[in-house]
Design a protein around this ligand. Structure first.
Ligand SMILES: Nc1ncnc2c1ncn2[C@@H]1O[C@H](COP(=O)(O)OP(=O)(O)OP(=O)(O)O)[C@@H](O)[C@H]1O
Length: 292
């Protein structure tokens, strides 16, 4: 199980690193085995930073991230269980290596004792699991494959490891509509095998399609979190409502559009912390910026 406790990330910026920007603020959540949780928020809200910290690509400034009770560590054993897939599948492949090379590297690193014939069988089985025909993809360079095929190759790569959690960061945003649904259905299928998925997206409709639970991120803080049906069916935070009303006004950014004048949770004394407004449905004060 993945667990984040009060995770904050500050980046040093400016010519001499003298200033800092807080990309993620006191974020806490869990992803259980076999659960798909979506993390939704506009551009710059901190989604990818959360994904990168889980993957050990950015250190946490404060708070803790653990997987099965052990802290994140950027080592071989950690990546055997936790893998990330990102928006641009081309960037995950070395353009001068054929697709097979990706799988050979896994064998060299994790399964040196497995015989070549057995490894070939495993690779072919993983490719069939993601509905790829091995003969059509192995032996090809990345530029000879489509974005959807490359994303599937990456999912198959994860399957060859003993993967327990997948951080999927905008993985379908470069795919056409029908390939997108295929990849989402594939993730839904993998979930039934016990794979946990953190599904990061700015696209609300994709978040609802897969996830049992949804978290809404605004300026680095989770403002609402709960069962997807509750968050989308009965949004409590004005920012979530604004996202769901979803007719972007061309001259208005989301933040400007969010009405934060009144908040029942503010009146009840909630500050930055999420409060459980109804069972399993958490919401932050909508006047977070002015809360004491
Ligand atoms: N390495 C970095 N150095 C300084 N600031 C950073 C760095 N990485 C991210 N940030 C800042 O942290 C904030 C959150 O960025 P992040 O990429 O996590 O947002 P996001 O929600 O994933 O956005 P998008 O959907 O556009 O990818 C932004 O203000 C960004 O500029």
């Amino acid at each position: 199980m993945l667990r984040l406790d009060d995770v904050t990330k500050e980046f040093r910026i400016g010519a001499f690193g003298g200033k800092s920007v807080t990309a993620v603020r006191e974020v806490s959540f869990e992803v259980a085995p076999g659960e798909v949780v979506s993390l939704i928020g506009e551009s710059g809200s901190g989604k990818s930073t959360i994904g990168r910290m889980i993957l050990g690509l950015n250190p946490v400034t404060r708070g803790s991230i653990t997987f099965d009770g052990r802290p994140v560590r950027a080592d071989k054993e950690y990546y055997r269980h936790i893998q990330g897939i990102f928006q641009d599948p081309f960037s995950s492949f070395n353009p001068v290596f054929k697709a097979d090379r990706v799988y050979n590297m896994i064998k060299e690193t994790y399964y040196p004792a497995v015989s070549e014939p057995e490894w070939e069988e495993r690779v072919e089985a993983a490719l069939r699991d993601v509905r790829l025909n091995p003969g059509q993809v192995l032996g090809k360079y990345p530029h000879q494959l489509s974005g959807g095929q490359l994303q599937r190759l990456l999912i198959a790569r994860a399957l060859l490891l003993d993967i327990k959690l997948l951080v999927a960061d905008e993985i379908t945003s470069m795919l056409d509509a029908s390939t997108r649904i295929d990849v989402l259905n594939l993730l839904a299928e993998l979930r039934t095998r016990g794979l946990g998925v953190l599904y990061i997206t700015h696209d609300l409709s994709l978040g609802t399609y897969l996830a049992e639970r949804t978290m809404v991120l605004r300026r680095g803080s989770i403002v609402e979190m709960g069962l997807t049906g509750s968050v989308f069916g009965d949004p409590l935070h004005p920012y979530t409502r604004e996202l769901l009303s979803a007719v972007p006004r061309l001259n208005q950014a989301w933040d400007d559009a969010t009405p934060v004048d009144s908040c029942v949770y503010h009146e009840r004394g909630a500050t930055g912390a999420l409060i459980e407004a109804e069972p399993g449905h958490f919401v932050a004060c909508a006047r977070l910026d002015t809360c004491p």
